[in-house]
Design a protein around this ligand. Sequence first.
Ligand SMILES: Cc1ncc(COP(=O)(O)O)c(C=O)c1O
Length: 377
Amino acid sequence: MSSIVTFADKPPEGMIQFGIGQPSADLLPVELMREATEEFFQTAHPEELNYGVLQGDQRFRDSLARFLSKNYGTPVGADGLFVTGGNSQALDFVCSHLSKPGDTIIVEEPCYFLAFQIFADNGLNIVSVPVDEDGLDMDQLAETLKRTRAALLYTIPSYQNPSGRTMSAARRERLVELSKEHDFLILADEVYQLLSYYDPPPDALGSMSDSGTVLSLGSFSKILAPALRLGWIQTSHGMAKRLTGIGAVNSGGSLNHFTSHVVRCAIDMDLQQAHLERLRRIYQARVEAMDAALKECLSSHATWVRPDGGYFFWLRLNENISAQELRHKALERQVGFLSGNLFSSCSGMQNYMRLSFAYYNEGDIREGIARLKPLFD
Ligand SMILES: Cc1ncc(COP(=O)(O)O)c(C=O)c1O
């Protein structure tokens, strides 16, 4: 596992940094947030600035349930929603509340690299199972479960970060079966589920939360704005109640209660829906620009599958090429990406690179990919 790379600072002038997995400034909805905030204050009752109920504001959960039911295409009940401060916080809280140090968490290989630290902070032992074109490999998972007692399994079922792969419907069902058989909880990070640019993905794992083993983590970071620090867990009613026992929730009340009022207004005014549809159109154009540029510049050096959603292209290079070395050379040419080793918990993925198309427009995407070409000559 490699050291942590984050992008709290903006890239230097002139640099095209495909390592950044964030929306570009033109996609951050300032006007939308102003309208929704004004709407909230126009009708706000002072009590709405008090501590909120532990599971999350009822009116917000009702609005969120309606929004998710429409966009997931499966019924979502407000009773099974628990409001969070986004998926990072949700992961940390769930690990600390539902596992103990020394427990094992199964992760995907490759896996969202910033989750590794959350699992390490909670003293969890990481065991990985590979992802293939249909997502997490269920036969290998079944083998692993024969010899490993796991408390948790972490998966990004749709448009995985970093591989862009989506778990098939059949595998989702098998995963839930295995979780019941082997008594582990599934932490399904469904942060990209709504960012589909072609056919929709299979039903969110959240739709299987009646099983009692699924916690589906969703976030407004990718569909509205990361700064909101607002998300949700869709799970069984019993598990949602159990989460209210988290110490910090008990002490502080509903997580990010104020933001949830504003986002409720954004949902009820249909601003969130319109924004999501805009994001889908714009990201689709960016996916296509990156795919075309890669075909033009890198097709003899790398293979990839065009992602149908999410933020990322995952490029496989020849076995003997180190993406880490290439990354250093790329930075000299004012272009950045993340090397595959960051996403591995077992020192693998050395010859892979992750490119995000979310932070740049089509022109910058073409320019950045053209800068990568000479690195292979
Ligand atoms: C897979 C995955 N999970 C979680 C996050 C962070 O989510 P949040 O902003 O809701 O904490 C990201 C952001 O890149 C991500 O890619």
